[in-house]
Ligand binder design. Structure first.
Ligand code: HEC
Length: 136
């Protein structure tokens, strides 16, 4: 059994390493955030945070229409440049204000709370993408 688990985790690692545009969360769901047309460049750290703390609501399978209307990560990368910039600005803002994930959800599911590190990392990612898009 132990050997089987080891082989399984090695296969998992291989999958993770061989597909550098995909992230695999702890439930094994793979998310593709970047493709050939993408104007955004995701670090693995940023992708992991998005995957764990944002993606559940801001993806087609999310339950809240408001959340989907506000932001869909899969569409973000291929939107018009000015729309991407507007979304990145909003992302920076909600992180600075501690508005996301919504406080009500964090109260109910404390593991959804963003750590200071996660806030800083995701904010730095959004700002780095903003500078690239705005040609700074
Ligand atoms: C539990 C569901 C949920 C999670 C998790 C969540 N959001 Fe949201 N988000 C919403 C909802 C609902 C709205 C729309 C209503 C609102 O603005 O509060 C929204 C709105 C937004 C907006 C638009 C805000 C505006 O000013 O219009 C941004 C940007 C955003 N979310 C980013 C994020 C980021 C970044 C994360 C992860 C750190 C995240 N969200 C996690 C539910 C969620």
């Amino acid at each position: 059994m132990k050997k089987f688990l080891m082989i399984l985790s090695l296969v998992g690692l291989f999958v993770l390493l061989s597909e550098n545009t995909q992230a695999q969360d702890k439930d094994g769901i793979k998310l593709v955030f970047a493709d050939a047309d993408s104007q955004l460049d995701y670090s693995l750290e940023a992708m992991t945070i998005i995957n764990n703390k944002c993606y559940g609501c801001h993806s087609p399978s999310g339950r809240s229409d408001d959340a989907k209307e506000a932001l869909l990560w899969m569409e973000l990368q291929t939107n018009e440049q000015e729309d991407i910039i507007a979304s990145l600005d909003e992302i920076v803002e909600v992180l600075e204000e501690g508005e996301m994930p919504p406080p009500k959800i964090v109260e109910k599911y404390p593991n959804m709370k963003m750590t200071d590190d996660e806030i800083a990392t995701l904010k730095a990612w959004a700002e780095s993408q903003l500078s690239v898009l705005m040609g700074e």
